[in-house]
Design a protein. Structure first.
Length: 283
């Protein structure tokens, strides 16, 4: 296992959490939600999840925190929302001196299911946090009060509907949306920013701006993410060696592929496959 990262849960003395899991509320299972809640945290709060089994949504309601997704750290400020796919390392740290309030939903998704957060989903969104926060506050109030089963299901349906909409890729039939469909069909092409821009008849700078706004990634980061998603599928569903998988996802060298996989997923391809084998969840 990569020594830089290990599964971590640190709350700190001032952390306050309201949460609801599937054991307390079986209705969550109908939406494949394992756990949800609202946290108020301060440093040294931190979480590291090496290979979570479902999609994750975190909506920043107040203050700011730091999130690590797809190999890099990002600041998450009030009003913003981040999405994390299953089986990829993600980490969340409070900023010293900052009170951080966020709502969150964690799913449980079997390997054969299509996860909510996939290759076309955005990484960071500048809006949407308030809507999810209001819905979870409504659920919390109902759970603390009457706990009416019909209304609980109503709030859960709203929460699931909001995160499903946020994770939906390419909401309109645009040139950029068509571009990613083309890339997905052939990840072996040596895609570069110029070839991506030409494929959707946009300037390279315009494509970069659109991708940062709609996906939270640069165009080349999006290509890498799509390659890693496909590599995970192959590692889970086949016994192919890395030398065979690497060219299928656009890498001429298994070594370069392994480095990219480690940076994005948080472990090497061999470690990822071994972890999946130990869990008994091979495809």
């Amino acid at each position: 296992m990569n020594l830089e990262w290990k599964e971590t849960t640190i709350d700190g003395a001032r952390t306050k959490r309201w949460s609801l899991d599937v054991k307390a509320c079986p209705e969550l299972a109908g939406y494949h939600i394992a756990w949800l809640g609202i946290d108020v945290v301060h440093a040294p709060y931190r979480r590291v999840r090496l290979a979570p089994t479902g999609s994750f949504f975190l909506a920043c309601l107040e203050g700011e925190g730091r999130v690590r997704l797809e190999g890099s750290w990002e600041r998450l400020r009030a009003g913003a929302l981040c999405l994390a796919p299953p089986r990829v390392l993600n980490a969340f740290h409070a900023v010293p001196g900052q009170r951080w309030v966020f709502a969150w939903v964690r799913y449980e998704e079997a390997p054969w299911m299509r996860p909510l957060v996939g290759a076309g989903s955005p990484l960071l969104l500048k809006q949407g946090a308030e809507d999810l926060g209001r819905v979870l506050e409504g659920l919390r109030a109902e759970w603390a009060g009457e706990r009416d089963a019909v209304l609980v299901r109503h709030w859960l349906s709203l929460a699931h509907g909001i995160v499903s909409r946020l994770a939906r890729p390419w909401r309109r039939a645009t040139r950029v949306g068509s571009l990613w469909a083309v890339v997905a069909r052939d990840l072996t092409i040596d895609w570069k920013l110029t070839t991506l821009a030409a494929a959707c008849t946009l300037s390279a700078e315009h494509l970069r701006r659109v991708c940062r706004r709609e996906l939270g990634r640069t165009p080349m980061e999006q290509v890498t993410y799509m390659r890693m998603q496909r590599a995970q599928e192959l590692l889970e569903s086949t016994g192919e060696k890395l030398e065979a998988i690497a060219p299928r996802v656009g890498y001429r060298s298994a070594i370069v592929f392994s480095r990219a996989f480690l940076r994005c997923v948080g472990m090497t391809p061999s470690q990822y496959r071994a972890r999946r084998d130990r869990s008994g969840l091979k495809g």
